[in-house]
Design a binder for this molecule. Structure first.
Ligand code: AR6
Length: 175
């Protein structure tokens, strides 16, 4: 991939100076725990007000709001699947859609640098290794086809995800 870059860091996504950060939201868009809670706390009420106006987001889809008080200009809210053994295949497809649709929304809003959390790997219990493979595959595919996104940062919060992303990207030859 030319002139595009994928990075992995360990840290807090609310601190990232990028055009847009992605939120692992729920369908109500009204906030919650985990990264969603952190983004609303740091970003302030302007984000929640816009979310209320939008009203809803389907699993696998994505919507965009202001970044409020965050260093990032926008927040792209996507909804990952709740994982369970009996719906693992469908959950994999929906997780891939969440990444793809977030990137589509980014492009439509002239976002060039975007940071992703590890969607669905917290409260929604998606197995981390499989989730990392899907995330990296979808981002690479997208960046190969559409070069308008110049930088994707995977912001890992926990050690397990950080190690997994480093390893998966190394094994595949990152960018
Ligand atoms: N920066 C980056 N990553 C974070 C941060 C942070 N500040 N805080 C947590 N994470 P989760 P989900 C990581 O549970 O599984 C919410 O209540 C965390 O370590 O936030 O998609 C929503 O409202 C994990 O790897 O999201 C939904 O109801 C990752 O973010 C539900 O949880 C995702 O964990 C969504 O569940």
């Amino acid at each position: 991939m030319q002139n595009v870059k994928i990075e992995v860091i360990q840290g807090d996504i609310t601190k990232q100076h990028v055009d847009a950060i992605v939120n692992a939201a729920n369908t109500s868009l009204l906030g919650g725990g985990g990264v969603d809670g952190a983004i609303h706390r740091a970003g302030g009420k302007a984000i929640l007000e816009e979310c209320r106006t939008i009203g809803h987001c389907e699993t696998g889809e994505a919507v965009i709001t202001t970044g409020g008080n965050l260093p990032a200009r926008h927040v792209i809210h996507t909804v990952g699947p709740v994982w369970s053994k009996s719906n693992a295949a469908k959950a994999g497809e929906l997780l891939a859609s969440a990444y793809r649709n977030s990137l589509r929304v980014a492009v439509a809003n002239r976002v060039q640098a975007v940071a992703f959390p590890n969607i669905s790997t917290g409260a929604y219990r998606f197995p981390k290794e499989e989730a990392a493979k899907i995330a990296i595959r979808e981002v690479k595919d997208f960046m190969t086809k559409d070069a308008s996104i110049k930088l994707v940062i995977f912001v890992c919060f926990d050690d397990a995800n950080y190690k997994l992303y480093q390893k998966t990207l190394q094994d595949e030859g990152a960018s």
